[in-house]
Ligand binder design. Structure first.
Ligand SMILES: Cc1ncc(COP(=O)(O)O)c(C=O)c1O
Length: 357
């Protein structure tokens, strides 16, 4: 099979050593003679993996002792509900920067009073709202740091006078984060942290226990902190693969080094989008995501969209179709995507331009 370059938005490319270790563990988990699919989560071998995974999260993101990290099932979409159940008492504000941010807000509105403090829907979420003032009479302020569909990103840890909660599903582990600034960081693993099927939550412990509602046991973050993510059967295989992904990330130098690699990849692709007469970027330049690069055919060349899609497919590009709500193209440059993959896409865009000159 010809070499493929995978730019899927999630689930996405995982590093080859992670795939290889997973294949091995499917056959025999740590020399137990039992597949990782069949291993009991109450064995010492499994507990060691779980502990290693927790420690690696703490080490890679420099998570302070004030915070704890838990792994759960259910999808990042379920965490929209966790957030509101665990933190919303009187009122919460959300930054509405796209479909996922909006869904998080809607979920909170089913639980209590929540509103969009600022919104960028007027320009199809192509920018991050600025100049808003965060009120102090709210329980928390919720942001989505990377807007997977639109290719916009909040790249700094913002100053916030109230507990700050962030959905980092699509940029976690791509860069250093000052965890101490957040009451909660959550997301699905299926971009930079591993495969689908497991979600993470990094929680400031003293931010919990402030709501008066009844919390079902499974929806109470305190349950999972107390039981070290093993209150019920955890998604064993997904956590195994996540742990391997973290080991790989540590091996290449951690999040600082990853950030350097990611910035270079993104700069390479954005430079080509800006240079190539056939393409144009869709996100506001100052808010461009390092993870999801969105672009369309330049004005006057819209009719070439299907042709480029077929052309790029023939060259081995996988997963560059834009989300249906934006159209065009999206190349997701998550951690496992290499500079070589990006350069292959750039070469493909250049060859396509030559074809049409
Ligand atoms: C930023 C963001 N938040 C939430 C989600 C929803 O994740 P899940 O499918 O795990 O519910 C996604 C999915 O792509 C996402 O990109």
């Amino acid at each position: 099979m010809a070499k493929v370059h995978v730019f899927n938005a999630g689930p996405c490319l995982l590093p080859q050593p992670v795939i290889d270790a997973s294949i091995e563990a499917l056959k025999d988990f740590k020399g137990t003679g039992v597949s990782v699919l069949s291993i009991s989560h109450r064995t010492k071998e499994w507990e060691a993996t779980m502990n290693e995974c927790r420690s690696l999260w703490k080490e890679l993101l420099n998570i302070p002792d004030t915070h704890e990290v838990v792994f759960l099932g259910g999808g990042a979409s379920l965490e929209f509900l966790y957030v509101a159940m665990n933190f919303l008492e009187k009122k919460a504000a959300y930054l509405d920067t796209g479909v996922w941010a909006h869904k998080a807000l809607k979920e909170a509105q089913g639980i209590g009073e929540a509103y969009a403090l600022a919104c960028s829907k007027d320009k199809n979420y192509s920018y991050i709202p600025k100049g808003y003032e965060i009120p102090t009479d709210i329980d928390y302020f919720h942001i989505t740091t990377n807007n997977t569909i639109y290719g916009t990103e909040i790249k700094e840890d913002i100053d916030c006078p109230v507990p700050l909660i962030a959905d980092m599903s699509s940029d976690i582990l791509s860069r250093p984060v000052d965890v101490s600034k957040y009451a909660l960081i959550y997301g699905g693993a299926q971009k930079n942290a591993g495969p689908a099927g497991v979600i993470f939550a990094i929680i400031r412990k003293d931010a919990l226990g402030k709501v008066s509602r009844y919390l079902p046991t499974m929806l109470d973050y305190r349950t999972h902190i107390e039981k070290e993510s093993m209150f019920n059967t955890p998604p064993v295989f997904s956590i195994f693969v996540m742990n391997e992904t973290l080991k790989w990330l540590k091996g290449i130098g951690g999040v600082e080094e990853m950030n350097r690699i990611n910035n270079r990849k993104a700069a390479t692709l954005y430079a080509e989008i800006d240079r190539n007469s056939l393409f144009t970027g869709t996100a506001a330049v100052e808010d461009r995501s390092i993870m999801n690069v969105c672009f369309v055919m330049a004005p006057g060349h819209e009719d070439l969209q299907d042709e480029f899609m077929a052309f790029s497919k023939e060259r081995g590009m996988v997963g560059i179709k834009g989300h249906r709500s934006v159209g065009g193209f999206r190349a997701s440059l998550y951690n496992a995507c290499s500079q070589e993959d990006v350069e292959a896409l750039v070469a493909c865009m250049q060859d396509f331009e030559k074809l049409h000159k």
